[in-house]
Design a protein around this ligand. Structure first.
Ligand code: ADP
Ligand code: MG
Length: 379
């Protein structure tokens, strides 16, 4: 893949590029907690966005998407968001760097990758981080990775119109082989948390449902969480995020039933991350698996970001003793489930899911076995 992106670059622009990448990510547990100041447990994976880049002595950025087979050029001193188009992520990052005072000059870029798009593996964050790192290295900005994470997130807010939390970009940039990242999304304190699953594998099942409704629903969930926070602040002034709200406090608030459910999920999910880390530290994979199932239950029933297909995939595994846990992953309304499966049962499970899922939904799911890998870097 790197070689073909490099060759495409040389074919189009007739010079040697700098090659960088940034990976997609999984999240073991802790969904929708990041923008509530809570904890998450993501890891970068061995699926990547690859960027080839070089200067071009003009005021133009000329960008070619290998996967969409499409070119897009823009004047680096005059451009605006193009929501729904891949170029918006590139422009969003350029805009953030400019606002931070970096002088971005004209550049040529070719990019592509193997992260399934819209599957909950954060191909958008990988693209943003790869572009940010590529520009930083090309022009010698030497931007620390933590700042890159911030610019990439802001690019998603301002140019893609998605009010995402920090997790996706953080995991893509900061991942480490063999480890998940236990991240406090409020302070950005983090540690690398070893993932020793022994005979178990992480199997992703891609429902092939695209989360097209997700962006508006996502922003709506954020507002519902804020409503809970505002109500809690009336009773306890030092509450900043739902992370600071206990179930006891929540029960004292006079909330709309839907808002109550949303907040309850976030508070419980945040606790599940902390509990999961403790269970994983003790090697209690069964206990961790139960938390994973509970997470899905909450996402589906309280936070209401699942869908029929994802619920089906999770329910299907409940009958199978070799599966310790399963849940939808990412923003919701489609994308992948993450499953903790005994290595001996992976193949059989895939065949069974394939058959049952095709029969019920007339769609063919995809399967990926993933493991924690290094974040943004050079190729
Ligand atoms: P995800 O969950 O994968 O991040 P998003 O909807 O947030 O889904 O982002 C997907 C968008 O990111 C795509 O519609 C496209 O604009 C851009 N993108 C992702 N991967 C690629 C790629 N390989 N080539 C071009 N654009 C991509
Ligand atoms: Mg995304």
């Amino acid at each position: 893949m790197y070689q073909s992106i490099k060759n495409t670059f040389i074919d189009i622009f007739d010079q040697e590029p700098l090659l960088v990448y940034s990976p997609g990510r999984i999240n073991l547990i802790g969904e929708h907690t990041d923008y509530n100041g809570g904890f998450v447990l993501p890891a970068a994976i061995d699926k990547k966005m690859v960027v080839a880049i070089a200067e071009n002595d003009s005021q133009k950025a000329r960008v070619y998407s290998v996967d969409f087979e499409e070119e897009f050029s823009f004047d680096i001193y005059s451009f605006s968001p193009k929501i729904g188009h891949w170029a918006t992520y590139v422009m969003g990052v350029v805009s953030q760097l400019q606002q931070a005072g970096y002088t971005v000059k004209g550049f040529d870029m070719v990019f592509g990758g193997d992260i399934p798009v819209g599957a909950g593996l954060s191909s958008s964050a990988a693209l943003e981080c790869a572009v940010g790192f590529a520009l930083s290295e090309l022009f010698g900005f030497d931007i620390p990775k933590k700042s890159l994470v911030h610019y990439a997130q802001k690019a998603e807010h301002t140019f893609a119109g998605v009010q995402c939390g920090i997790m996706d970009q953080f995991a893509s940039a900061m991942g480490k082989k063999g480890f998940a990242i236990r991240l406090d999304c409020r302070t950005l304190d983090f540690d690398y948390f070893p993932i020793n699953l022994g005979e178990y594998k992480i199997l992703l099942v891609d429902s092939q449902v695209k989360h097209s409704l997700a962006d508006s629903a996502y922003n709506k969930r954020r507002l519902e969480c804020e409503e809970g926070v505002k109500a809690a602040q009336q009773i306890q002034a030092d509450v900043r995020d739902l992370r600071d709200v206990s179930i006891d406090l929540l029960d004292q608030l006079n909330l709309d039933a839907v808002v109550y459910d949303r907040c309850k999920f976030v508070i419980e999910e945040n606790q599940r991350v902390l509990d999961s880390c403790e269970l994983l530290s003790k090697g209690d994979l069964e206990g961790f698996g139960r938390k994973v199932y509970q997470s899905h239950q909450g996402l589906s029933k309280l936070y209401e970001v699942s869908c029929e297909e994802l619920d089906f995939l999770v329910d299907f595994t409940k009958e199978i003793p070799e599966v310790l846990g399963s849940r939808m992953m990412g923003g919701g309304f489609g994308g992948c489930t993450i499953n903790i499966v005994h290595q001996d049962a992976v193949e059989k499970l895939q065949n069974e899911i394939l058959e049952a899922y095709q029969k019920k939904f007339n769609k063919t799911p995809k399967f990926y076995i993933v493991s924690p890998e290094d974040g943004t870097g050079f190729l």
